[in-house]
Design a protein around this ligand. Structure first.
Ligand code: PEP
Ligand code: MG
Length: 551
C-alpha cells in the first residue's frame, strides 16, 4: 500500500526514483579530547579550514552563476583570518582542533545573528562551513550530497547553497526537503535547474534510502512505494506537461487571444545572456542592486551607464523596466542604509533612502537616461517600496525630468495597493512586488521559512490587494504587472490574469510553463479561477479549489 507525504510543490515536474538521503552532519566535536599538542592541533584546524575553502571555491567555479557568488562568500568565511585567530585561541585554551573550530564558529554565528536582517540569514551558510570544517578536522566524510552511483531522488532536511550549487541534474531526479519555503535556496535553484522539487515536506527524512518515491513538484505530493497504477498516472501527467510546454511560443496570450506580457527578472550581469535569449517580451524587473553590493561607495554615473547600456543592448527593441536601487532590509548596503535600525524591513529602505541621499537616485536616473538615449530598448524606470501617492508622483516627476518617458512604482506595501488609483494618477504604471507585499500584509518576515503558509501568495488577503490594484489600473488604462515570485507559479499566474494583471515577470526558466498554462484558458475562465481563489479561507484552499476546477 502506498502512502503519501504532502509538502509544498515549488518546481513542477513528475518523476519517480529511489531515495538517497543527504549525509547527516559530522559527529559532534566533543568527541575529540583536549589539545595535548597545541601546534599539531592548530595545524589540523588550519588545514581543515584551507581544505574547506578550496573545496567551496572549486565547487563555485564548477557551478558558475549565482552559486559561484554564494560559494565564494562561504569560502571567504572559511579563510577569514579573524576566524583562524579565534580557533587558535580556543586551542591554546585546551581544546582539540575540531572542538576549537566549533567554538570559534559559535562565536561568529552569534555575531552574525546579532546583526539581523540579510546577514542573519547567512547563519545557515556559516553553519554549513562549520560542519565541513569539523568533518575535515575529524577526518570523516564531508556532509553533503550522496553519490549512490545511480540517478536518485535527493531527500534532505534542508539544502545549503554549497549542496544545491553542484547538484548533477543527470543524477538528481528531484529534490524533497523537510524544511524550506517557496523562496528558499532549494526552491530557487531547483527552478533554475528545471528539477521537480517539494519543500516543507514533514517526515521526508524518515523515508529509507533506496525506497522508491513518486514526486510531483506541482502538487507537492510525495508518494512512497507507489503502485504500478500510480507510476503510470505519474508518467501520463509528465507526458501531458511536456506536450503542453512544447505547444506554446511567442507573446503571452490566453486561449481567446487576450495579451499578457511575459517578461523576465534580471538580477546579475552574468545572467544577461540567458535572460536575453529567453522567449520573452523583455525585462519586467531589472534589479540594479548587484551593481552596488559589496562596495564601499556607489559606482560612478559613467560606470552605471555602461552597465545599463549592456542590458539595453541585449534587449534592443524590447521592454526593460529598471528598478532603482532597493537598499535596506534583506539588501543592506553599507553606504546607504543605517546599521542600527531596530526594524530594517520597516525602516529607511527602497525609495525612502532617497530622502537622505537624493544624489544617489539622481545619479542613477542620469545613468539610465544616458544609456537609454544610446539604444533602442523601451526603457521604463520604477521605484521600490513606495507607500503613498505623493511618493509615486514625486518619483515620476524626477524620472520625467531626466527625459525618460515611462515612470512607475512597485506596489509592495498594502497602503500603496489600497490607494492604487491615487498612486496611478501620478505615474505611468505599477508592478506588484508580491514577495514584499506578502511580508507586509501578513506581518511575516519573508525569509521566515516557518511562516511559509502566511507568506503563501495564494492567500486571499494578498490576492484582494492585487485585485484592488488591477482594478485601478483598468480604470486608469495603465499597466499593472506582477514581478514577485507569484508570477512564476503557473496556476497562480492564471488567477493574477483573472484579477486583471497585464504582465507577468519571472525567472526565465519558468516562462514556458506559464505561457502554456495561459494559452489553455480564456480570460473569462481566468476570472472564474480568480473568484475561487479570492473566496478561499487560506492559500492551500485557494490552490486546491483552482486545481479542482482545472481537473
Ligand atoms: C518583491 O518584493 O516581490 C520584489 C519583486 O522585489 P524583491 O524581491 O527584489 O524585494
Ligand atoms: Mg521587494
Amino acid at each position: 500500500m502506498s502512502r503519501t507525504l504532502q509538502g509544498i510543490g515549488v518546481s513542477p515536474g513528475v518523476v519517480s526514483g529511489p531515495v538517497a538521503r543527504m549525509a547527516p552532519p559530522a559527529p559532534g566535536p566533543t568527541d575529540t579530547g583536549p589539545a595535548e599538542d597545541v601546534e599539531a592541533e592548530t595545524a589540523i584546524a588550519t588545514a581543515a579550514l584551507a581544505a574547506v575553502g578550496a573545496d567551496l571555491e572549486a565547487r563555485g567555479r564548477r557551478a558558475g552563476g549565482d552559486a559561484a557568488e554564494v560559494l565564494g562568500a562561504q569560502a571567504m568565511m572559511a579563510g577569514d583570518p579573524a576566524l583562524a585567530d579565534t580557533v587558535a585561541r580556543h586551542i591554546r585554551a585546551g581544546r582539540g582542533a575540531a572542538a576549537a573550530l566549533a567554538a570559534a564558529f559559535a562565536e561568529f554565528r552569534a555575531q552574525l545573528e546579532g546583526l539581523g536582517g540579510y546577514l542573519a540569514e547567512r547563519v545557515a551558510d556559516l553553519d554549513d562551513v562549520r560542519n565541513r570544517a569539523v568533518a575535515a578536522a575529524l577526518g570523516v566524510p564531508m556532509p553533503g550530497v550522496p553519490d549512490p552511483g545511480h540517478p536518485f531522488v535527493l531527500v534532505a532536511d534542508d539544502l545549503a547553497p554549497a549542496d544545491t550549487a553542484t547538484l548533477d541534474p543527470e543524477q538528481v531526479l528531484a529534490i524533497v526537503t523537510e524544511r524550506g519555503g517557496p523562496t528558499s535556496h532549494t526552491a530557487i535553484l531547483a527552478k533554475s535547474l528545471g528539477l521537480p522539487a517539494v519543500v516543507a515536506c514533514a517526515a521526508a527524512m524518515s523515508v529509507a534510502d533506496g525506497e522508491t518515491v513518486l514526486v510531483d513538484g506541482a502538487t507537492g505530493a510525495v508518494t512512497l512505494d507507489p503502485t504500478e497504477a500510480e507510476l503510470a498516472a505519474g508518467r501520463t501527467r509528465q507526458a501531458a506537461r511536456a506536450a503542453l510546454l512544447g505547444s506554446a511560443t511567442g507573446p503571452g496570450r490566453t486561449a481567446d487571444g487576450h495579451p499578457v506580457k511575459l517578461l523576465v527578472n534580471l538580477g546579475a550581469a552574468r545572467d544577461l545572456a540567458a535572460a536575453a535569449s529567453a522567449d520573452s517580451e523583455g525585462v519586467g524587473l531589472f534589479r540594479t542592486e548587484f551593481l552596488f553590493l559589496d562596495r564601499p561607495q556607489a559606482p560612478s554615473v559613467d560606470e552605471q551607464r555602461r552597465a545599463y547600456a549592456a542590458v539595453f543592448e541585449a534587449f534592443a527593441g524590447r521592454t526593460v523596466v529598471v528598478r532603482t536601487l532597493d537598499a535596506g532590509a534583506d539588501k543592506p548596503l553599507g553606504f546607504v542604509t543605517l546599521p542600527d535600525e531596530p526594524n530594517p524591513a520597516l525602516g529607511v529602505r527602497g525609495l525612502r533612502t532617497a530622502r537622505r541621499l537624493p544624489e544617489l537616485l539622481e545619479g542613477q536616473l542620469a545613468a539610465v537616461a544616458a544609456a537609454a538615449a544610446d539604444g533602442t530598448a523601451e526603457v521604463a524606470v520604477m521605484a521600490p517600496m513606495v507607500s503613498t501617492p505623493a511618493e509615486a508622483a514625486d518619483f515620476a516627476d524626477r524620472v520625467h525630468r531626466h527625459g525618460l518617458s515611462r515612470a512607475g512604482v512597485m506596489v509592495e506595501v498594502p497602503a500603496a495597493a489600497l490607494r492604487a488609483a491615487a498612486v496611478l494618477a501620478g505615474c505611468d504604471f505599477v508592478s506588484l512586488g508580491t514577495n514584499d507585499l506578502s511580508q507586509y500584509t501578513f506581518a511575516a518576515d519573508r525569509m521566515a521559512g516557518e511562516l511559509a503558509e502566511l507568506l503563501d501568495p495564494w492567500q486571499a488577503a494578498l490576492l484582494e490587494l492585487v485585485r484592488i490594484t488591477a482594478a485601478a489600473g483598468r480604470a486608469a488604462d495603465k499597466p499593472v504587472g506582477v514581478c514577485g515570485e507569484a508570477a512564476s507559479d503557473p496556476l497562480l499566474a492564471l488567477v493574477l490574469v483573472g484579477l486583471g494583471v497585464t504582465s507577468l515577470s519571472m525567472a526565465p526558466s519558468m516562462l514556458p510553463e506559464v505561457r502554456a498554462h495561459l494559452a489553455g484558458q480564456t480570460l473569462q475562465q481566468c476570472a472564474e479561477l480568480a473568484e475561487l481563489a479570492l473566496a478561499a479561507s487560506d492559500g492551500a484552499a485557494g490552490l486546491a479549489a483552482v486545481r479542482d476546477r482545472l481537473g
